[in-house]
Write a protein of this length. Structure first.
Length: 296
C-alpha cells in the first residue's frame, strides 16, 4: 500500500523559515512599530500643545525685553516663529524615533547592530565626502532658525550669488529644505545651504508707496495738503487704522517739463503695504478731481 504523502506546509511558513523570522520576532517587530508610531504622535501632540501655550503668553513672561521686541516683532511674528520651530521639531522627532525603531527591527531580524554602529564612524567619513552639501544645508537651517531670518507665513525673496532663486510665501521650513509658494501658485523646494541672501517683507514693518505726477504749474503746497488730508482720513477708518503705523511722508520726487512727481510713503504693518497703497491711489484720484488738480 502506497504511503500517504505528508501534507505540504503552508507557503507562509516556508517563506518565514527562509528568512529566519519566527512568530515571536514578528510580534516584537509589530510592537516596536506600534510603540514608535504612538510615541511620535504623543510627542508631536506635546510639542503642539507647548507651542500653543507659548503663543498665548505675553512677551514679558517669555523673557522678551523691549530691545528684543525689535527682533521678535509683533505677536503675529512670534507666532510665525513658533510655528517654524514646531515644524522643525516634528521632523526631528520623526527622524530620531524612526532611526531607533529601524535599529531595533534589524536586531530582531538577526542583524548584528553593534558592529554596524561601530563601523558608523568609518562609514560616516566616507559618506561625508559625498554629503557635504547635506551637512551645509542642515547647518544653514540651524543658523536660519536661531537668527530668525524667516519663518512659516513670511513673504520672502531668496537668492544665491547674483540671482533670485524664489520669491513668495514660506509654507514649510525644515533643517534641510525651505518650501516657498510664489505668486503663480508654484511650490519651490530650496535647499537651505543654497540660500546666500534673504529679503524678508514680513519682519517689523513695511512701506506703502504711491507716486503721482501732476501737470507743470500745479500748486505743490496744495497738492501736498490734499495728499496729507487723504492719508488722515484713510488712517481714521477702522479697516486701515491698524494697518498704518505712522504719519505719511510726502515729498517732491522730480520736476521736469513733463510734470511734477510727488512721492507718498507711509509705514505699515508687514504684508499690508499693497492694500494701503492701492486704497491711497484710488482716493487720491478722486480727491484730485474734486480739487481740480490735473494728473499727467
Amino acid at each position: 500500500m502506497d504511503a500517504v504523502p505528508a501534507t505540504a506546509p503552508p507557503i507562509a511558513v516556508i517563506t518565514l523559515a527562509a528568512v529566519s523570522i519566527t512568530a515571536d520576532n514578528l510580534l516584537r517587530i509589530l510592537v516596536i512599530l506600534l510603540v514608535a508610531i504612538v510615541l511620535t504622535v504623543v510627542l508631536r501632540f506635546v510639542v503642539a500643545r507647548v507651542i500653543r501655550r507659548l503663543g498665548r503668553l505675553p512677551a514679558r513672561q517669555l523673557g522678551v525685553s523691549n530691545s528684543a521686541k525689535i527682533v521678535l516683532g509683533q505677536p503675529q511674528r512670534m507666532g510665525q516663529r513658533l510655528q517654524t520651530f514646531q515644524s522643525v521639531l516634528n521632523s526631528t522627532i520623526a527622524i530620531v524615533i524612526g532611526s531607533v525603531a529601524l535599529l531595533m527591527i534589524l536586531a530582531e531580524l538577526g542583524v548584528q547592530v553593534a558592529p554596524l554602529l561601530a563601523s558608523a564612524g568609518v562609514v560616516g567619513v566616507a559618506v561625508a565626502f559625498g554629503a557635504q552639501s547635506l551637512v551645509r544645508d542642515i547647518i544653514s537651517g540651524v543658523f536660519m532658525l536661531v537668527e530668525d531670518q524667516y519663518g512659516v507665513g513670511d513673504r520672502v525673496e531668496l537668492g544665491s550669488t547674483g540671482a533670485v532663486m524664489a520669491a513668495g510665501t514660506v509654507e514649510q521650513v525644515t533643517l534641510r529644505i525651505t518650501t516657498v509658494r510664489d505668486d503663480d501658485g508654484r511650490v519651490w523646494h530650496i535647499r537651505n545651504g543654497e540660500v546666500m541672501r534673504v529679503a524678508n517683507e514680513s519682519q517689523g514693518w513695511s512701506h506703502a508707496v504711491a507716486q503721482v505726477q501732476v501737470v507743470p504749474g500745479t500748486d505743490i503746497a496744495e497738492t501736498r495738503d490734499v495728499m496729507t488730508r487723504v492719508t488722515t482720513q484713510l488712517r481714521a477708518e477702522e479697516s486701515y487704522s491698524d494697518a498704518i503705523l505712522d504719519d505719511a511722508e510726502v515729498r517732491v520726487e522730480e520736476i521736469s517739463g513733463a510734470g511734477i512727481t510727488l512721492r507718498w510713503a507711509v509705514r505699515t504693518r508687514p504684508g499690508q503695504q499693497w492694500r494701503v497703497a492701492s486704497a491711497m491711489r484710488r482716493r487720491l484720484t478722486t480727491a484730485f478731481a474734486e480739487q481740480g488738480i490735473q494728473l499727467v
